[in-house]
Design a protein around this ligand. Sequence first.
Ligand SMILES: Nc1ncnc2c1ncn2[C@@H]1O[C@H](COP(=O)(O)OP(=O)(O)OP(=O)(O)O)[C@@H](O)[C@H]1O
Ligand SMILES: [Mg+2]
Length: 227
Amino acid sequence: MSDFVIEARGLSKTYQDGQIKVEVLNEVDLAVKPGELVAVIGASGSGKSTLLHLLGGLDKYTAGEVRIVGEEWRTQSEVKRCQLRNEKVGFVYQLHHLLPEFNVLENVCMPLLIAGVEPIVAQEKARAILEKVGLSHRMEHRVGELSGGERQRTAIARALVRQPACVLADEPTGNLDQHTAEKVYDLFVELNRAYQTSLVMVTHDMRLAERLEKVYQIVDKKLIRER
Ligand SMILES: Nc1ncnc2c1ncn2[C@@H]1O[C@H](COP(=O)(O)OP(=O)(O)OP(=O)(O)O)[C@@H](O)[C@H]1O
Ligand SMILES: [Mg+2]
């Protein structure tokens, strides 16, 4: 077994649309330990979202390997990949991808119900994490009725409700004002401490990045350790 929650070695990605090839990542290495907090920065179009998608098994890589809790994405069956994604990885997207017609509690319950957890148990777990993110009073509200910060906190609760080994967050504070962004960030750190979850967070916000343990930057298709 590997000591890392996420381990990428010689990871490369080239998109191909018809005749046009776009090389985005070239032999990138990254290893994330349990409980580690990692920031990824880089210019728009440098490949940050691409990297997160590859780490989370959402897209195919062109070369190299990516292991999640020691299992290589490429060598798993589609069924096993889904299982690993559901159990081990929590995604937080910049656009939160919540289900607008469902309420907050239902959105957070969803990953548990998909995993076959009994509805009563799912509700209990969802309520507990919603309390942690400060949304106890909004559980019955539909997502469409929430503020931006509340939606983001709902998305974080949903990503963490199964206590995944790692959370991959793509600019989770990108559309929030500085004050709310800081609060969302604090929440991440607090929940990471509570659950020993690793975090890889893409951000444009250098002030937030500076507060994480390690900072990487994507420059010219390479991932460079900044700090
Ligand atoms: N499906 C795709 N097909 C072809 N090219 C793509 C595809 N997805 C992304 N790209 C290209 O890959 C490059 C990296 O995109 P990516 O979305 O990873 O950048 P990013 O660093 O997340 O940018 P941003 O900060 O703007 O979100 C871009 O040049 C983009 O146009
Ligand atoms: Mg992006």
